[in-house]
Write a protein that binds this ligand. Structure first.
Ligand code: ADP
Ligand code: MG
Length: 327
């Protein structure tokens, strides 16, 4: 990661609440608090991992950054400039700089388009290249992501899952973005292929200095690629720290529980096994106080009442927990 640490993207108290309408007059009966006050920054050349169980709001954060969704409240800043209130046309120059790779490359790649056309689609949208220049760029991109030139005329179904994700990465990279929002990019792939795709993303970052928001439900997946990791629970970030720090000194009981599910390669070391009891509470009816108290082995009276704020407990290490902050 670059030493200068320039902030590329900043979220300030980002919220996305989905109204649930009921009845004849479509009155709003309740809200799904999918994302509720998320703040973090992504630096140039950095990978920020975003983890948490399914339904905690990770994709909603990602889709709001891409402006596929409009935030309910809060701010999104790109190099210090507000972009959350821009119109579609005002957003255009930023769309080129923020690209995306999604979980299921099969459903995000048009099955009737040839691989070369899929990869060059953003190029056609954003850059005025001659046909020859476009072809040349696509050839370079294929080589960059480890695909052969003779595969350029094939259709998505003629590729393996891992190769399709390489196509998705080539397409995202084609317009030289500054940030790629990767939403569970390896979750649908075989374990053996996951590492290859993660290594490819790492190599591309070294070469081009691109930043990633890397979303996964599994801490083990984000460990090797992330410089820092943010842990989400029910629409909020409960802990954020540098990767090594988070793995060696997790402070939030939820992070502890997620970590205890990650296998340790060294058989002489052991981690305390913490099994998370119960289901994730509904984001419509969230528990009072600390949202995690219903599943927390350390929960005290106060945790049912007061909502803990995300606080910096050591440089760069943020946690939202009464228990960990006061003991
Ligand atoms: P994750 O990516 O972490 O699995 P999501 O961001 O997809 O979580 O979803 C967060 C919460 O918002 C979930 O409870 C989900 O059911 C809810 N949700 C997502 N999209 C909508 C929608 N369009 N309308 C209502 N609720 C939604
Ligand atoms: Mg998701």
């Amino acid at each position: 990661m670059s030493k200068s640490k320039k902030v590329l993207l900043e979220l300030n108290n980002l919220c996305k609440h989905y109204p649930i309408r009921k009845g004849l007059f479509s009155k709003v009966a309740a809200y799904v608090y999918a994302v509720d006050g998320v703040s973090f920054s992504i630096y140039e050349g950095e990978t920020l991992g975003l983890v948490g169980e399914s339904g905690c709001g990770k994709s909603t954060v990602g889709r709001t950054i891409l402006r596929l969704l409009d935030p309910t409240a809060g701010e999104i800043l790109w190099r210090g400039e507000r972009i959350d209130e821009l119109s579609r046309s005002e957003m255009r120059p930023f769309r080129k700089e923020i690209q995306a790779v999604f979980q299921d490359p099969y459903s995000s790649l048009n099955p009737r388009m040839r691989a070369a056309d899929i990869v060059s689609e953003p190029l056609r949208n954003f850059e005025k290249l001659t046909q020859a220049e476009g072809r040349e760029r696509v050839k370079e991109l294929f080589a960059l992501v480890g695909l052969r030139p003779d595969q350029m005329l094939r259709y998505p179904h003629e590729f393996s899952g891992g190769q399709r994700q390489r196509l998705g990465i080539a397409r995202a990279l084609s317009v030289k973005p500054k940030l790629i929002m990767c939403d569970e990019p390896v979750s649908a792939l075989d374990v053996s292929v996951q590492a290859q795709v993660i290594n490819l993303l790492g190599d591309l970052q070294k070469e081009f200095g691109v930043s990633y928001l890397f979303i996964a439900h599994d801490l083990a997946v984000v460990k090797h690629i992330s410089h820092r990791i943010a842990v989400m629970y029910l629409g909020r970030v409960v802990e954020l720290a540098e990767t090594a720090e988070l793995f060696s000194r997790p402070l939030h009981p939820y992070t502890e529980a997620l970590l205890s599910a990650v296998p340790i390669p060294d058989p002489t070391r052991q981690r305390k096994q913490i099994v998370l009891g119960g289901d994730v509470p509904s984001p419509i009816n969230r528990p009072s106080g600390c949202h995690f108290h219903t599943r927390c082995i350390y929960a005290q009276e106060r945790c049912k009442r007061d909502e803990p704020k995300l606080e910096e407990v050591s440089p760069g290490h943020f946690v939202a927990c009464h228990f960990k902050l006061n003991t």
